[in-house]
Design a protein around this ligand. Structure first.
Ligand SMILES: *Cc1c(COP(=O)(O)O)cnc(C)c1O
Length: 351
């Protein structure tokens, strides 16, 4: 006979809470700030680490109808959730097989090069987006190639470009805006799109017909203009596995980088750098339980971190604590970017 325990599922010791109300509210805020343009959403990299299959339905609910992923494989994993043509693959058809697959599924490719334009045509073509490089020199058709004949054969829905430094007061913004307007005059298209999250705050000239926020949807604040308008969305939480009392002179964790100066109560949580809680939080991070702050002691390990429970005598084994993860503050404290803080969050979190 099977032991009864075999039929039970193991419990999660890490969970990532996603505040769907905040996510919906952030999209609506960014849509409103986009003025006459509609907001889409960047949901690449598994919805910035939160889980694309979690964020896409919530964003759809809020009113979003255009979703940008990077890889074709990311679009595949969303096909049962939204209309295929609303999925835009930023990397475009990297191979002929990609082009054929996008044609067959009805997913919209973003064409980034003349080679990709040829590939899409060979696969049968149809509506696509077109990325123009207005100064980033990363991915997209160079301005000098916009007159090429093959581009005239494309049915361009959204004419895109991407800002290199929208979160800064950089002269590049105006230069890219001018080139994007030039591109709009050359290439036949239905809609035009330039702004990411920070680009939305640059004003109506940058809005076109569609904006593409990512970071700010998920609680990131890329520029002062969005301060106070964006709500926190993700809350990483971990369970306390063990509690111990240590004495003055006792070290904690690898390499004994923390040594207690007085008797204290410490707890070990099931969160480590393999989960995206990187070693930069060693001796620096803070967990919270209610309104109590529980500082990280010593080095963050791969699967564990030790925290100070001295000021939380009622908190013990089996209780949950939450990493201080308000993105602008966490970025300032850790030296990681707000983008990294989100996309690092690992697969052991139950989402
Ligand atoms: C990631 C990305 C976005 C979203 O940028 P945020 O800074 O996260 O708002 C928009 N457009 C393109 C092309 C992107 O790659």
């Amino acid at each position: 006979m099977m032991p009864e325990t075999l039929s039970a599922a193991p419990s999660a010791a890490l969970r990532l809470l996603t505040d769907r109300d905040a996510l919906r509210a952030n999209w609506q805020t960014l849509d409103r700030l986009s003025g006459a343009a509609r907001a889409g959403a960047a949901v690449k990299a598994n919805g910035y680490g939160i889980g694309a299959r979690i964020v896409v339905p919530a964003l759809f609910d809020a009113g979003c109808r255009t979703f940008f992923v990077a890889h074709a494989i990311e679009a595949r994993d969303l096909l049962d959730l939204v209309d295929p043509q609303s999925l835009r693959v930023l990397h475009g058809p990297v191979t002929d097989a990609d082009a054929e697959w996008m044609k067959a599924t009805g997913i919209t490719p973003v064409i980034n090069s003349l080679a990709q334009a040829g590939r899409w045509r060979r696969a049968g073509g149809g509506p696509c987006d077109l990325m123009v490089d207005t100064g980033m020199n990363r991915l997209g058709i160079p301005m000098s190639a916009l007159g090429e004949d093959i581009l005239k054969l494309l049915e361009v829905d959204v004419l895109l470009s991407h800002l290199t430094a929208a979160e800064e007061d950089s002269p590049l913004n105006a230069i890219q805006l001018t080139r994007w307007c030039e591109a709009r005059a050359i290439v036949q298209h239905e809609r035009a799109s330039l702004a990411n999250s920070a680009g939305i705050a640059l004003g109506a000239d940058y809005h076109g017909d569609l904006t593409r926020p990512g970071l700010a949807l998920y609680g990131g604040v890329p520029c002062a203009a969005l301060d106070g308008a964006i709500r926190q969305v993700v809350r990483p939480q971990a369970v306390i596995m063990q509690v111990r009392e240590i004495g003055a002179g006792d070290p904690v964790g690898y390499n004994a980088t923390f040594v207690a100066s007085a008797p204290m109560r410490v707890g070990t949580i099931a969160l480590g750098y393999a989960d995206g809680y990187l070693r930069c939080w060693s001796g620096k991070g803070v967990m919270r339980c209610g309104d109590r702050s529980l500082p990280v002691l010593g080095r963050v390990s791969m699967d564990m971190t030790v925290i100070d429970l001295t000021n939380a005598p009622d908190v013990g084994e089996g209780d949950w604590v939450e990493a201080s993860y308000n993105l602008p503050d966490a970025a300032a404290a850790s030296g990681l970017s707000q983008y990294e803080l989100l996309t690092l969050l690992g697969s052991r979190f139950s989402r």
